[in-house]
Design a protein around this ligand. Structure first.
Ligand SMILES: C[S@@+](CC[C@H](N)C(=O)[O-])C[C@H]1O[C@@H](n2cnc3c(N)ncnc32)[C@H](O)[C@@H]1O
Length: 350
């Protein structure tokens, strides 16, 4: 991985996880207990002598919760790219005396070095932030035993969250550290209320703005492509996919699936199942409205290129505020609103 990209991971996640290591709320613990049980389709509080792999573990919140759930009779290996995150996972270990957890610094673009074949592997909201998500998945699949289970949560394309992220990522300036400093500086100027006012604590918060706008990579997929990809690597689906058509105008939807491995497949050619939001996001070329959003974004990009970091940060904050205000709407109105907003900003930026 390029050093500059690793540095950018460090900047984004250093900020996102700056206060992450603390006693976890009971509600969050219970939510993830249910999540693990649902997507592994198994009562994990009853399993014994199993090996768990927590990938892209971040600050270790999910590792800690998994450890509470499976207890000391099982072993958890928790891995992440960044040394700063490994330190945080080790702090969680200390706070909660998690004797069954070992934390390792690892880049999943490379093969996993432990000589364990795992019974359960988790991939929670991170693989979309790597240069090659499919390669990372393949390296994880190779370390799951037959009969072993795999849970993934990732980003589903075409939701409003990603229209906003697409625009922001086209506009944001190249010095991300400087950009983040300006976003922090101007936050209260644009957000007259705390973002918790918008009543969607999972999706609408300042850390999410920083993550979506500045993370080095953002890849998106959908149920059909991801399911096909995972099944082609020897897995069978354990969970049902929701009907996306019914929820397509929502702000966001977390794509989550569970699988069981039924055979080992050593595939040489790795097919693509993710799209790169920054380079070829198909919806932006598809129909009238999205094409218009793309054209307006490119115009605005030209104008804001000439403006200061201060001006650019104010635009990005207003863009996120629009998402926050519209986040409960389930209608196409948000597309009309974003087009009007971009038109106004183009006039202001001239
Ligand atoms: C959005 S955070 C998610 C963290 C955690 N899974 C969670 O849901 O809170 C993305 C994480 O992926 C890690 N990451 C990104 N690329 C990686 C790679 N190639 N190998 C290992 N970890 C990686 C980052 O260091 C970061 O901790």
């Amino acid at each position: 991985m390029l050093n500059s990209k690793k540095k950018l991971h460090e900047i984004t996640y250093g900020f996102q996880f700056r206060n992450a290591v603390k006693k976890l709320p009971l509600g969050q613990i219970k939510y993830h207990f249910r999540n693990y049980k649902k997507y592994f389709n198994e009562n994990l509080s009853k399993v014994n002598e199993k090996y768990f792999l927590e990938t892209g573990a971040g600050s270790g919140i999910h590792t800690a919760i998994l450890s509470f759930l499976v207890g000391k009779r099982n072993i958890i290996h928790s891995m992440d790219l960044l040394e700063s995150n490994i330190k945080k996972i080790n702090k969680f270990k200390k706070i909660y005396k998690l004797k069954n957890v070992s934390a390792y610094q690892h880049n999943f673009l490379n093969k996993i070095k432990t000589n364990i074949i795992y019974d359960f592997a988790c991939c929670h909201n991170w693989v979309q932030h790597t240069a090659l998500p499919e390669k990372c998945l393949k390296n994880i699949f190779d370390k799951i035993k037959i009969g072993g289970k795999f849970y993934i949560s990732t980003y589903h394309e075409n939701f409003f969250r990603f229209t906003i992220a697409f625009i922001a990522r086209q506009i944001i300036k190249s010095n991300k550290r400087k950009m983040i400093n300006y976003l922090i500086k101007n936050k209260n100027l644009i957000f007259k209320r705390d973002l918790s006012y918008y009543n969607n604590r999972n999706d609408i918060h300042f850390e999410n703005l920083i993550d979506d706008f500045s993370t080095p990579y953002m890849f998106l997929t959908n149920y059909n492509r991801l399911k096909k990809f995972i099944e082609e690597h020897g897995f069978k689906s354990l969970t049902k996919n929701p009907k996306i058509d019914k929820i397509k105008f929502r702000d966001n939807h977390h794509l989550k699936m569970g699988f069981v491995k039924i055979k080992n497949k050593r595939k040489k050619n790795i097919k693509k199942c993710f799209v790169d939001i920054d380079n070829n996001y198909p919806i932006m070329k598809s129909n009238g409205s999205f094409k218009e959003i793309n054209n307006l974004t490119q115009l605005l990009r030209k104008n804001l290129n000439k403006k200061s970091y201060d001006d650019c940060s104010k635009f990005l904050l207003k863009l996120y505020l629009l998402r926050a205000k519209m986040n409960k709407s389930k209608s196409q109105n948000k597309i009309i609103n974003i087009i009007n907003f971009l038109k106004e900003e183009i006039i202001k930026s001239k």
